[in-house]
Design a protein around this ligand. Structure first.
Ligand SMILES: *Cc1c(COP(=O)(O)O)cnc(C)c1O
Length: 653
């Protein structure tokens, strides 16, 4: 892929007069909506740089731009994944604080016991941090597979904290969970499919260990958000009402009904609406009280995950939430309380499996822009006599289009644009005439866009032109490796420059990544003004010989482990940064990203073999006289150096 850096600017979009208007950090904050999605952790400082404030806006602050410059001096390479354990700590405190408050205010008579579902981000340092920060609150861990359980068993030693076992289970998984009780672990095995129940009881007998069992119930209450289908009667996991009734009878017959300690449900991730959450809790609470009535004296209700993050600050989209963490806790506690009180059932301890809500804010990706393709708009010249009919047609549209006739002329414009290519391929239009026609197309589109702006009758046109007229910024990262949900689910993440925010952004762009995949781009951005989405990002022109850094925020949940090596772009360098009270910071861990050699080894190419093959070809070349000895040596040196290098591009500045 060729990357061009063109510096000629486009006078039409870049309204020069406006450009000189006063701009400052506050205006950038409004434009990018950082005060909404930044949730007290991110803001823009006077210098026009993004700052991170892990303990809230009154706590210590760190300038992200200076941090990235410092890290680069230490040899850490962009793209960099920055992790802030202090934010994890804040989130753990926040969630526990919200439940503690709700429990106290409602005089609820049982405890909150959070568990972190490690599938959300299994990185060791992060799991260690959660266990450490969660010690005072007895935060436990949730596993969804055997390998995850193995992590939980090794990492979890907080007294009283739970280990919840979900997911598909075989005998090995179940036996491991059972034996872990002998180590003093409070491990609960959740029956996700009915057939697991017998396997658990049999294994318990074999090992002579009383299992601690949970039932996962399917809920019929409709969910909301992107994962709405994961809940409901057809969901992959969970027992139907009839299986629950049968399960209780089976346990009673096995003299093991006292082993049933927990009722579990999970209605999907990133639930945007509190109404859905409340409705699900109601149904779950009723199942709980019914189990009690059947003689099962459970201790816990596990409300699963789903606590959402406000990725766009709108409060109304699927990437947002219409509730706060406190409202979430209040509604869960109050609903459980009223339903249990009504049926005279003791209040259950509340387990939640919030993953996204604990870790999403704690990482962000910083990458640099390598170059741009800017839409080039020439000042249009009237056609000459020898010019083609098509050029004349464009000129007519350009001259005559107005606010009133924009709909009619827009259709004309699009039709004529199609003609350009057709006439060119038929050999009727010369390259010179094609160039003229295209220049006029861009000029007309720009003029039309100014008429379509804020024009209710031309909203669609504005939307289409906006996309057409935005620049392309080539960025040093891979969507597939670092932001898979943006590709797979159209999830919107906040993306903004981390510096130059006291300059007015004078371009509109979509961002493309390094992969050769046409899906490798970011083209949905937060429109802070309307609370919706827009298909371009307001961004600055590149300054020659200066790096331009963009940050993708709130990317700590799910992205790292779902990321893949499309085009063999590997893991990025990752650093863990903690802040001190006096405005300095400490690099806790540096996790070096993949080298080319690492990613090649994943697909079974070993360094030594590759070098050997290239060396052989070089020897043949020397023998045949096509390459000199010194050229061959240079080739091998470059090849070996390349194998040890980062998979991303080196900054060209
Ligand atoms: C994925 C998952 C979670 C985590 O959900 P979040 O929305 O990230 O909090 C919790 N519980 C179960 C069973 C899950 O599968």
């Amino acid at each position: 892929m060729e990357i061009t850096k063109s510096s000629i600017s486009t006078p039409a979009i870049k309204n020069n007069e406006k450009n000189h208007e006063e701009w400052n950090s506050r205006k950038s904050a409004e434009l990018y909506g950082i005060n909404y999605w930044g949730s007290q952790y991110f803001r823009i400082n006077e210098q026009g740089h993004v700052e991170v404030t892990p303990a809230g806006l009154n706590g210590p602050a760190l300038d992200l731009f200076h941090l990235v410059e410092d890290l680069k001096e230490r040899g850490i390479r962009v793209p960099i994944l920055l992790r802030f354990p202090d934010i994890v700590k804040s989130r753990v405190e926040l969630l526990n604080g919200c439940f503690a408050k709700a429990i106290e205010e409602n005089k609820y008579t049982a405890k909150f016991c959070g568990v972190y579902p490690i599938k959300v981000n299994q990185q060791r340092h992060l799991v260690e941090e959660i266990v450490e920060f969660g010690q005072n609150h007895a935060i436990g861990l949730e596993a969804g597979s055997k390998p995850e359980l193995m992590i939980c068993l090794a990492m979890m030693d907080t007294k009283g904290a739970l280990i919840i076992c979900n997911g598909f289970k075989d005998e090995d998984y179940i036996e491991m969970a059972l034996i872990s009780q002998k180590l003093g672990r409070n491990t609960l095995i959740v029956v996700d499919r009915y057939s697991e129940l017998k396997t658990i009881i049999d294994a318990g007998k074999r090992l002579d260990i009383r299992p601690k069992i949970g039932f996962r119930t399917k809920l019929n209450t409709p969910s909301s958000g992107r994962w709405a289908e994961t809940a409901g009667a057809k969901s992959k996991f969970g027992l139907t009402p009839s299986e629950i009734v049968r399960g209780v009878e089976y346990l009673r017959a096995e003299n093991s009904l006292d082993c049933l300690e927990l009722l579990h449900f999970h209605i999907g991730s990133q639930i945007p609406s509190i109404q859905s959450i409340k409705a699900a809790i109601k149904e779950g609470a009723r199942v709980y009280t019914e189990l009690y009535a059947m003689g099962a004296q459970l201790k816990y209700i596990d409300v699963g995950g789903g606590l959402g993050i406000d990725y766009d600050g709108s409060g109304k989209s699927d990437s947002s939430t219409n509730y706060s963490e406190q409202e979430y806790a209040n509604d869960i506690v109050a609903t459980l309380q009223s339903i249990c009180d009504e049926k005279h059932v003791p209040h259950p301890n509340i387990v939640s499996e919030s993953g996204r809500a604990l870790v999403a804010h704690s990482s962000l990706l910083v990458f640099d822009v390598l170059g741009t393709n800017e839409v080039q708009i020439q000042v249009p010249q009237p056609p000459l006599e020898k010019d083609s009919r098509l050029v004349y047609d464009f000129w007519e549209i350009y001259r005559n289009v107005s606010r009133e006739n924009i709909n009619e002329y827009y259709n004309d414009l699009i039709e004529k644009r199609r003609d350009i290519l057709q006439l060119f391929t038929y050999g009727v239009l010369s390259l010179d005439q094609r160039a003229k026609a295209e220049d006029l197309f861009w000029a007309t589109a720009t003029k039309m866009m100014s008429f379509a702006k804020n024009n209710k009758d031309a909203e669609d046109i504005y939307y289409a032109l906006e996309l057409e007229l935005s620049d392309t910024y080539f960025c040093n990262f891979s969507v597939f490796q670092s932001l898979p949900d943006s590709w797979a689910l159209n999830q919107v993440f906040p993306v903004i420059p981390i510096h130059r925010l006291n300059e007015k952004p004078d371009r509109r762009a979509t961002l493309v990544d390094l992969t050769c995949d046409s899906d490798g781009h970011l083209s949905r951005f937060i429109d802070a003004e309307s609370g919706g989405e827009q298909n371009y990002l307001e961004i600055h022109s590149l300054t020659p010989n200066q790096c331009y850094f963009l940050g993708v925020f709130i990317s700590g949940a799910y992205q790292e482990i779902l990321g893949d090596m499309h085009n063999l772009f590997g893991d990025t360098d990752t650093v863990h940064i903690t802040l001190t009270d006096h405005g300095t910071y400490k690099v806790e861990h540096v996790v070096e990203g993949d080298s080319v050699r690492d990613v090649l080894a994943y697909v079974e190419y070993q360094k030594s073999e590759l070098l050997e093959l290239v060396r052989k070809s070089a020897e043949q070349g020397i023998a045949g006289g096509s390459i000199s000895r010194s050229e061959a040596r240079l080739l091998l040196e470059l090849y070996e150096k390349g194998l040890n290098a980062y998979t991303y591009l080196r900054e060209n500045i």
